[in-house]
Design a protein around this ligand. Sequence first.
Ligand code: FAD
Length: 296
Amino acid sequence: MQKRVIDIIRDTQKAGKHCLSFEFFPPKSDEGLSKFYEVARQLKTARPSFVTVTYGAGGSTRERTLDMCSWLKEELKITVVPHLTCVASSKNDIKNIVGEFKKQDFLNIMSLRGDPPQETCQFTPVSDGFRHANELVSFLKMEFPEICLGVGGYPEKHPEASSFEEDLHFLKRKVEAGASFITTQLFFDNTLYYRFVEAAQKVGIGEAVPIIPGIMPILSYSQIKRFTHMCGASLPKKLVHKLEKAENDPEAMELIGIDWATKQIDYLFKENVPGIHLYILNRSRAALELSKRLQF
Ligand SMILES: Cc1cc2nc3c(=O)[nH]c(=O)nc-3n(C[C@H](O)[C@H](O)[C@H](O)COP(=O)(O)OP(=O)(O)OC[C@H]3O[C@@H](n4cnc5c(N)ncnc54)[C@H](O)[C@@H]3O)c2cc1C
């Protein structure tokens, strides 16, 4: 049975535990999809509290996101959170897509604006579409009040925002529009997360809206440089030094990623975070190792 993420977080906290969630992305190839099935089955043993599936650029993965969500729901018998973006969708398109989610009993949606297509650098909504995630959240709250909505938060500010403060102001708008929880962009220095949570509380985002830290176990130096460049996250010097040394050794690289994530999560647990969201890149090894080491 599907549950609302906010209830899962509260129940887990009451039990003195932490939520663990994994994020999958829809692969482009059929081979990637077969690999996803295999990885998801392996991850059953880590007993995640819920899993999420991203929504690809331009709505290009709409069908695959829904198919993967349905398969995960049946196979893992856990709560699945489809992501949804405003890219290339009118209000009516959004209503139809969420109608499909509802038919399949999904009770949560990660509600995002999405990124502009690679060839354009500015986000342009379609006519009768949404310009920002807060508009999407308001619309979903009005049309589907029973659905629990998550939104993205940026400990190092969103790359388009002119300041950290301005970005927080817009985060608050998403919460006021009806978001129940926030999942952060990836970060590698916990002090950035603590600063973000403190600042969010100062602008009035209360503890009733949990801020789930997003952690990515690094797999490859070139890949993480690309990701962090795109999303405006920073890599601490100490980590860069380790990654440079292991650049030509994938095994050592993966271990550095797992060790760094282990330390991050270990410290975050001491600060009583609501849970951990792992950006697993459709791989199982780091997720399994972390759940073993940290005993979720
Ligand atoms: C947890 C998480 C999951 C993600 N999953 C996906 C995914 O599945 N698919 C995908 O394509 N992308 C995904 N992304 C990336 C995300 O789509 C991009 O970061 C995108 O550029 C911004 O999305 P948003 O929902 O944060 O947008 P918004 O909240 O709309 O913010 C975008 C920018 O506009 C500003 N802003 C916000 N509201 C307003 C307003 N009302 N007026 C003026 N300015 C405003 C903000 O400060 C920010 O700079 C994810 C990000 C996160 C953190």
